[in-house]
Structure formats: C-alpha cells, structure tokens
Design a binder for this molecule. Structure first.
Ligand code: SF4
Length: 511
C-alpha cells in the first residue's frame, strides 16, 4: 500500500479577538481613546467619567508616532492610519517600560471608532492588531465603537456598555467641541491682546468638562434621549461660554485671507504635527481658518441609509416609515446644532445642507462613491465658492489615501470649470513639511491679494475711512467684542463684511 503523503500543517489566519473586559474590571481599567482635538477629547472625558469609567485620551500625535507606526504596520497604509497606530504604540511602549506587559494588558483598553467601506478606516483596528502583535501585546484589548449604532449594549464581558448615555455623551461632546473650536478660530486672528483667546478657551473647555461630568442620570433609553434633546442644560452652559468670550477684544479691521480647511477626516480635524500644524501656520501667515466640524461627518453618515430607503434598496419591512424617521432624525440633529449655535450668539458656522453638497458635487463626483469624505470634498469646495465664505480651500490629502486621490483628481475638473476657485490640495506624508507648506503658500499669496483687494473695494464703495470706523468703535465698544456678530454681506473676508455692516446696517455710510 502506498504511504499517505505527509500533508503540511496549515495555520489559518485568525482575526484579532479581544479578551473580555468584565464589569468588575471597570473601576481599575482605563479606557484610552484619541483622534480628535484636545477640546473634543476633554469633553468626551467628562462624559465618560460621568458614567464612572476611567478614561484618558492618548497624548496629542507627534512626528515620532509616524516612525513608530511605520515600523509596525503594512507599508501601504495611509498616513492617518500610521500616525494613529503609532500614537497607541508609543503610549503602550512607555507604559510597558514603566509597568510591564501584564499590568498594561490588565490596566488599559483602547476604544476606537469602527466602520466598513472601501477606505482603510474600516480596517484601522486590523492595523492596531498588527501593531499589538509586533509589540508582543496580543492580549491587549481594543474595542470598536460602531458609528451607526447608539445602543450596542454591553459586549464582551460587560465592562464596556455602549449604550445611549455613552453614545449621546460622546456625540454631544463632539457637537460642543466643534462649536467652541469654530469660535476659537474666528476669534484668535483678531484678538487685540495676544493669548487671550487661548486662556478663555481653556477655561471654557474645563467648564464644559465639568458640565459633562455632572450630567444627570436619565435612564438608559428614551428618557435620556428626550433629555438630551430638550433640556436647557447644555445651552445654559454654552451661554456661559459666550459670556466669557465677551471679554475678548477683537479688531475686525485686520485684513485676513479666509481659508477653509477640507480633506480627509482625521487629517482635517487634527491640530498638531500630524498635519504640520497647518491651521496654526496659516494663522501665523495672516489668515483666518475655518476649521471643519466633525458634526458634518456625522450628518453625512445619515445619508447613505436615507438614499437606500429612497431607492427601495433596503431590506426594511417598513421603508417609508423608516425613511420618515430618518428625515425627522436629521431635522432634530440640525436643530440641536442650531440650538447650540444660538446659545453662542449664532457665531459658529451653520452645518451645510447635505442635499446641496450632493447636488453641487454631482456633475463631478458621484454621491454613491463612498470612502473617506466621498463627494463632500467637491461639494464643500463649491459650497464655499458659490456662497463666498472663503478666499481659498486648503484640502488636506493623506499620502496613500485612495478616496482623497479620487477627489483631488475630480477637483481638476472643477477648477477647469471655475478657474478663479483658489484650491490648494496638500499631500500630507508626515515628513515633508517644507514641501507641503510652501505649496500652500503659493495659493495663499493669491488669497491674501484677493482679501486686500476686496477690503479696498468696500472702503471705496462705502466711502468710509479707517479713522471714521475707529471713532465709531470708540463710541460703540460692543462692536469690538469677540461675540459681536458680523453678518455675511456677500464678501469672503471678515474685514470686508464688517465694513459693509457698519456702513449700511449701522448707518455709517450716511453719517
Ligand atoms: S479616507 Fe483615506 S486616509 Fe482616511 S482612513 Fe480612508 S484611506 Fe485612510
């Protein structure tokens, strides 16, 4: 009889599966998280502390994180994946050095957002798992927070209960973080006393941390949802923020180029070395930055489901009712954002209409092409162009990002049709700062010229002089407060709109 051939032993791939995080471990286990700005993360920490979790954001990302990420994950990864993985890696390395592997495995868990779809965001956790393997920390636990489920329940041991109070706490801290960040960026370039915005900002963020920390317990389901939607708890606190902001004196006659930041989700949100500190750099180059709110992304996430229902591509038994519900949810979401804006004197920008973004982008980029920010990058650039809300678009595009590469390609078509749209696509690799910033500077030079020309044209048109405006300001000091609302009078620049407002709304042109 012929001898049976020796079969090779195959070891099949097994996906990373975290060890359980049990309810009784909660008091001694710290939840790590990151990926947003320090303001969002501090408020989020308040929401998590409120639910009796120990929680700590990872340190802000820096250049060393890029190197640490590159060493451990696949070479084709996009730069946000490398940075964020490297950030976790460097934190864990330090903790292992100080306390040993066993303590790190038992003392921490990492919570990150999860998704599916064509971009690598759906596989971030795989990169993290690969890095954990490389560090010999396969027993370290990382969990995913699905972006489309508010009530995932207590999973894998019950230590982490992703329920309504947690999800709403996180979403509400994101909304408040966005609005305060918007306020910060529209104020700092005009502050009369350097550093005052930063001081007030830090005080306000701490106040908001306390607010989230002391959020009342309204149950785990619809009671808490209703309370978050209807209570004046958050609007009262935001009105306090506005009062503190009142103390900042600004000079809106400074002519600044207004730069709208768009781009890949993480890169555009981040404030630090991960995007060459480009927002602060732009401010140092005489610009006013319009930062991108995370809330726009959350709003965008509602739309694929709405469209599936509209096109009857859903398996739902009651597509009409579900569609109605989603539209209602969308209205409530925008209504909540606007309620918070109102508490801040309507100073922060409104959320753009998703339908408008879709139709603006439609001739250039199909809205069903998902991944990254999808059609929104085209839509946002054109929205800003048509509504004259910025002199220039700075799109932060990560090295090796497929969706962003497609969007930059489509923008060539957009710029061909609208040649006066100032568009600076900046590829960010993490280690080519001079190249990226000098590229941005080329377009910024043109944007600054436009801001200056626009200002001079309104001064001519209104017949006002700087001296005349200064005299008015001395008699009406409220116009120099950072909370003074300067309406949009059809110009991109703040200084031009301010002059038009004083000239025609305040009657200075006739005086
Ligand atoms: S959008 Fe691009 S950079 Fe962002 S996770 Fe997806 S592939 Fe990476």
């Amino acid at each position: 009889m012929a001898q049976a051939a020796q079969l090779p032993i195959i070891s099949h791939y097994t996906a990373y599966k975290p060890r359980p995080f049990t309810r009784d471990q909660r008091a001694d286990t710290t939840i790590l998280y990151g990926g947003l700005t320090w303001k969002h993360e501090r408020m989020m920490q308040g929401a998590l502390h409120n639910l009796k979790y120990k929680a700590e954001p990872l340190p802000n990302i820096n250049r060393e994180d890029l190197d640490a990420g590159k060493e451990l994950i696949d070479v084709g990864a996009c730069c946000p994946t490398i940075f964020t993985t490297g950030s976790l890696v460097n934190f864990l390395k330090k903790e292992v050095k100080d306390h040993g592997k066993d303590e790190v495995n038992s003392k921490y868990v990492f919570l990150t957002a999860g998704a599916c779809g064509p971009c690598r965001f759906g596989q971030y956790h795989e990169s993290y798992a690969m890095a954990l393997d490389g560090l010999g920390l396969r027993d370290f636990r990382l969990f995913l927070l699905a972006q489309d489920e508010l009530d995932q329940g207590p999973g894998n041991g019950g230590g982490l209960d992703i329920n309504m109070p947690m999800s709403l706490g996180i979403i509400w801290s994101i909304l408040c973080g966005d609005l305060i960040t918007d306020l910060e960026y529209m104020t700092r370039p005009y502050e009369v006393n350097p550093g005052q915005t930063e001081l007030v900002l830090r005080e306000c963020v701490e106040q908001m941390y306390d607010l989230f920390l002391h959020r009342p317990d309204k149950g785990k389901k619809y009671g808490t949802l209703a309370w978050h939607l209807m209570s004046s708890y958050f609007t009262r606190a935001l009105r306090d923020v506005r009062k503190k902001w009142d103390d900042i004196e600004v000079d809106h006659l400074r002519v600044k180029a207004k730069v709208k930041i768009t781009g890949e989700f993480w890169l555009q949100t981040h404030e630090g070395e991960g995007n060459y500190n480009i927002k602060r750099w732009l401010e140092s180059e005489e610009s006013e930055v319009i930062p991108p709110p995370v809330a726009v992304w959350l709003h965008y996430l509602m739309h694929p489901t709405i469209r599936k229902l509209e096109h009857r591509h859903s398996t739902s038994k009651h597509p009409k009712a579900q569609e109605f519900l989603l539209h209602a949810l969308e209205r409530i979401y925008r209504g909540t954002y606007n309620r918070f804006r109102k508490a801040l004197a309507n100073l922060p920008h409104e959320l753009p209409d998703q339908e408008e973004l879709k139709s603006l982008a439609e001739p250039f980029y199909h809205f069903e092409l998902r991944g990254g920010e999808g059609h929104m990058l085209i839509g946002k650039a054109l929205h800003s162009y048509h509504h004259k809300t910025a002199h220039m678009i700075c799109e932060l595009s990560p090295y090796s990002c497929m969706p962003n590469t497609m969007s930059v390609g489509s923008m060539a078509n957009v710029v061909g049709k609208y040649p006066d749209l100032l568009y600076a696509p900046i590829e960010v690799k993490g280690d080519a700062e001079v190249h990226a910033l000098s590229r941005c500077q080329m377009i910024l030079t043109e944007a600054k010229k436009r801001a200056q020309a626009e200002f001079e044209s309104v001064m001519d048109k209104t017949g006002l002089s700087v001296e005349r405006i200064r005299k008015y300001e001395a008699q009406h000091p409220e116009v120099r407060k950072a909370t003074y609302y300067v309406p949009h009078r059809g110009y991109a620049g703040t200084a031009a709109n301010y002059v038009m407002h004083l000239a025609y709304d305040k009657g200075l042109a006739r005086a």
